[in-house]
Design a protein around this ligand. Structure first.
Ligand code: AMP
Length: 305
């Protein structure tokens, strides 16, 4: 089944307790489409970059089967830049600098060949742009998944609340869920979000796994306990790409299948954090992914007798 993803394609500069990078390739849609590429063939990207974005990276996206017809390259303009610094526990980070550049007036273009996509992943960008993508599709996809962040909850709250009425699944982290709902309990927060629109809510808890709420049920996926988390940047997006990629591959958006999908998402995210930037997600094999998923199954499987 086909997937359409919108979101940032960016330059990132990162600092973690393990080291520092200069400008490397990042962006929500970059991680999402790379992660989803292990599951879907029709993997369509909508994003904008400046002409400083390296052709070699676009070639890498093509090598992963990602369709970049909807990637606008603006002449004479610069790519979105984000820099972040992680705290020692790696679960929290500060944004050090943001240069919106081309993202300041991102006007998403949906090529004709992207119309009729089965699944839509609204990766991190402003709720106004995410809403425009839904507006510009002739038919509603089978499932619309929305990712957002603290920034939009703060500065575009009304747009976000309107958008929530139009999506099926919201993916966000625990801090963002509390910020959006003013509820400390994640169970109450999820119930409140469901009343805002999305029937399914996924709350990510970093190294403590992820919770899936839907159909009055709750499912928990652990995160793989890793000896070393090198760089958590993009883990959330890689999770989302694995989740929607698995749903699109299996063409099944039932709650039971979403349980499997968040395990695949968690497995993909566990790779992402092993190296800086997109390096690990760029170089995976199906065998590695299956072996990692098996580790997740073993992690919490037990018999009563
Ligand atoms: P994650 O670690 O999964 O939350 O996502 C990290 C990615 O989000 C980085 O590669 C950044 O380029 C991207 N990012 C950070 N801030 C924004 C923003 N305001 N809009 C879009 N993408 C962003």
């Amino acid at each position: 089944m086909s997937l359409l993803t919108v979101g940032s394609v960016a330059f990132d500069a990162l600092e973690t307790p393990f080291g520092k990078t200069d400008k490397i390739i990042g962006g929500a849609a970059t991680y999402i489409t790379l992660s989803a590429s292990y599951f879907v063939n029709a993997n369509n990207l909508v994003a904008v970059v400046g002409d400083d974005f390296p052709q070699a990276m676009i070639d890498d996206l093509h090598q992963h089967g990602i369709n970049t017809e909807g990637l606008e390259i603006r002449k004479g303009e610069k790519t979105f830049f984000w820099s972040g610094k992680y705290h020692n526990d790696m679960n929290s980070r500060d944004t050090v600098e943001v240069q919106l550049n081309v993202m300041g007036d991102f006007n998403p273009i949906i090529p004709d060949s992207y119309q009729d996509c089965d699944y839509l992943m609204l990766g991190n960008t402003s709720p106004a742009v995410q809403g425009l993508v839904i507006d510009r599709l002739h038919n509603r996809p089978k499932l619309i998944v929305l990712d957002t962040m603290n920034l939009w909850i703060e500065i575009a709250n009304a747009d976000l609340l309107n958008l929530l009425k139009r999506v099926d699944v919201l993916v966000l982290n625990d801090e963002e869920a509390r910020m959006l709902t003013h509820e400390y309990s994640l169970v109450k927060a999820a119930a409140k979000i469901q009343r805002m629109g999305p029937k399914t809510v996924i709350i990510k808890k970093g190294e403590h796994g992820a919770l899936l709420f839907g159909e009055g049920k709750i499912f928990f996926a652990p995160a793989l306990p890793l000896e070393e988390v090198f760089d958590p940047t993009g883990a959330g997006d890689t999770f989302a790409g694995g989740f929607i990629g698995y749903i699109a591959k299996t063409d099944d958006a039932s709650f039971d299948n979403m349980k499997r999908a968040i395990i695949y998402g968690s497995a993909m995210a566990s790779f992402c954090v092993e190296k800086f930037g997109t390096e690990r997600v760029m170089n995976l094999t199906q065998e590695e992914i299956q072996a990692r998923v098996s580790q997740f199954v073993a992690l919490s499987a037990f018999g009563l007798e």
